[in-house]
Design a protein around this ligand. Structure first.
Ligand SMILES: C[S@@+](CC[C@H](N)C(=O)[O-])C[C@H]1O[C@@H](n2cnc3c(N)ncnc32)[C@H](O)[C@@H]1O
Length: 359
């Protein structure tokens, strides 16, 4: 090999090694950011000037030794600032803007929780690499809790202001009174918000897992809602007993056992002229076209360790998170849908919104 090629290879190799070190640091920091979110350390520090680990622990009611070590990780990781004494720490406002509950849909702390949730099934996933099969929902630690918090940011924060207005005429119909179905509703946060705001409409939420359904029923009951109904149902073989004017699926089609069946069933369950709003992952179905995707490695990882495996655990197709807009469009058309618009919203870089009318 010529010297220039050799130098080039060395430079590339060194840069790659540096990237791997960065990856180790960033992966570790994701866990620390998750802990900062769960313990509300970021929320507390947002309102504090430079303070010692004792003061921060005191303000949060947490153990000082753990807080001090956490500060070590986040300070060396460039998230928290340290003063000249080397003993006092501060969360700069420009970092708080992406790490606190008051940051709303920009709060990365919420999403960082997925790393530990995925890690909770690593042994099972390794087993699947060797023997095939899948990992079921109930084996994940905190999945439905984290998912509900995630959709609180990506759906609830903009449900009335941006998402529902994407569907022509739907808000006035919701005010007058229509039947709405949310497919794979999880803890039902979006449906509960809609049921509260539109008392003349009736809302139905179905999900495969009992745990989020119990949570959704408890919250709807606490709010005294009479126009909402939740049920645990496997929608793989869903036979509708009624038709709906409006059907929604928030991030809940690609990880189904049989997205093809469920889309056909949604088509049958929708009244003529009704709308189906499908929020799903905005990516290509081809790896080579996702090279510049800002969340590529994260989403393929989420797929391997969650979306694909939960589908395979139900003997499903295992399409995965990155099934892609192309496959989604194909399946929607095979299900019978003709009129499909795709919209994107600036707050949600992960998803696009398929606005589909049954003609
Ligand atoms: C990614 S989560 C989204 C949950 C919810 N829509 C949200 O935004 O918070 C996907 C949901 O689909 C549900 N699901 C998966 N397979 C299903 C099936 N065969 N029938 C019904 N629901 C299913 C899961 O239990 C899970 O709650």
């Amino acid at each position: 090999m010529c010297k220039i090629c050799n130098d080039f290879q060395n430079i590339n190799q060194d840069a790659f090694a540096d990237n791997l070190l960065d990856m180790m640091n960033m992966g570790a920091l994701s866990l620390m950011v998750s802990i900062g979110h769960r313990t509300k350390l970021f929320d507390t520090m947002e309102n504090m000037p430079f303070a010692s680990s004792d003061e921060i622990a005191g303000e949060t009611g947490l153990n000082e030794r753990y807080v001090r070590e956490w500060l070590g990780a986040l300070t060396t990781g460039g998230i928290i600032e340290i003063d000249v004494t080397g003993k006092r720490f501060r969360l700069p406002p420009e970092h708080a803007a992406f790490l606190t509950r008051s940051a709303g849909s920009d709060n990365i702390g919420v999403f960082s929780q997925y790393i530990a949730t995925l890690g909770s099934v690593e042994d099972r996933i390794v087993d699947c690499f060797k023997n095939g099969g899948g990992v079921s929902y109930d084996e994940f630690n905190r999945f439905h809790e984290v998912m509900a918090e995630d959709s609180g940011q990506s759906v609830l924060s903009s449900l009335f202001t941006d998402i529902l207005p994407l569907v022509p005429g739907v808000t006035s119909k919701l005010e007058s009174g229509i039947d709405v179905l949310d497919v794979g509703c999880g803890r039902g946060k979006a449906l509960i918000r809609m049921a509260y705001k539109y008392p003349n409409s009736r809302f139905y939420g179905y999900d495969y897992c009992m745990e989020p359904i119990e949570d959704a029923i408890a919250e709807a009951t606490k709010l005294g809602l009479k126009n909402i109904y939740f049920e645990q149902r496997d929608l793989t073989h869903y036979q509708h007993e009624r038709q709906f004017d409006f059907i929604t699926a928030f991030d809940a089609i690609h990880d189904q056992a049989r997205p093809d069946n469920i889309l056909r069933n949604i088509y049958q369950a929708l009244k003529d002229g009704g709308y189906f709003l499908m929020q799903d992952i905005d990516a290509s179905s081809n790896i080579s076209e996702n090279m510049d995707h800002p969340l590529g490695p994260l989403l393929y990882t989420v797929s391997t360790m969650h979306c694909m495996t939960v589908s395979l655990a139900q003997n499903g197709m295992g399409l995965g998170t990155m099934w892609g807009v192309d496959t989604a469009m194909e399946m929607l058309k095979d299900a019978g849908f003709q009129k499909i618009d795709i919209k994107r919203l600036p707050h949600d870089i992960q998803n696009c919104f398929f606005i589909i009318q049954k003609k």
